[in-house]
Write a protein that binds this ligand. Sequence first.
Ligand SMILES: [Zn+2]
Length: 346
Amino acid sequence: MKTKKEKSVKIKHCRQPATVKRIFKAGVTEHRRNAILSSSLKWVNGTEITYMFIEGAESQKKVVRQAFQIWKKLGIGISFKEVSTKEDSLVRIGFDHKEDSWSWVGREILDAAKNERTMNFGIDLVKDAEGMATALHEIGHAIGFQHEHQSPFSGIEWDKEAVYKEFSGPPNKWSKKEINSNIIDKMPANQVKGTAWDPKSIMEYEFGAGLVLEPAAYRPGIFPPGIISANDIKGVKSFYPPISKKSKLQLHKSVTINAGTGGQSDFIFTAPSTKKYTFQTVGKLDTVMVISEKTKTETYYMAGDDDSGLEKNAKIALPLVKGRNYLVNVRVMYAPADQSGSLVVS
Ligand SMILES: [Zn+2]
């Protein structure tokens, strides 16, 4: 029987693709920038995240579908739907075992070209004991969560030489740059929600002995259980609580966006006639606005606009159909002190 240490050495870890650092215009204060960055990867709550498989055996797809179900059953405000075309999809999933397992993070996915995969599984999800944990972990990235061991609150001090040696060898074979960006670099504290590190998180890697110097308790290794932890549930529900309250939106009647930094206001609009409507936020709030059509059973994403960090307002013009219902979800990325905002449809 293998010991935990031997087993961990052979694990092919999740390697995240390098991302482009967001540049803000001069004049955007640090406070505003950090507020925007701390939630910019998260989806607007209520979004239906469509996914499709670009390849793979049914048995592998089944594990991924189950993992989406496990996240959804936590009772969160976002939902998932499998679609069959790239055009309809946000998340595109592949099973290339020559690569590692990885996923784009949250709203970064919107920057991916429609022919690109945004998630890959580098292991056999059925045969590998880590299969379900890996599926849950990559979906965690897709809904906007990052690696827990890079939390600025972990207090982890690495034995860097040991980490470079371990991850430059098989099966990972990472470059020093990849090891830094996936393990050693910490996220800036002022851009992260919460204040605690969760070593049991599904977003935490397993590490063998001899890699962590401090805290001393983790010198023998870090062994997360591979399930969504109590803290993960708390975190995902704070970003994506179930949406129950929706204010009615009426033509030409301005309504207050009743939310502060990181919060969200949700509205429903029934189109009085078939024509083009313009939805616009008013005021100095930084917002991301998403419009979806709502049927009895489903929510279809139609359009989104992000004005965060810019001196303009979110604005969406769309042709709508008489009598149909449309959800308008407004995530407040940053609300300056003493400033409120409103929403109007014309
Ligand atoms: Zn990962």
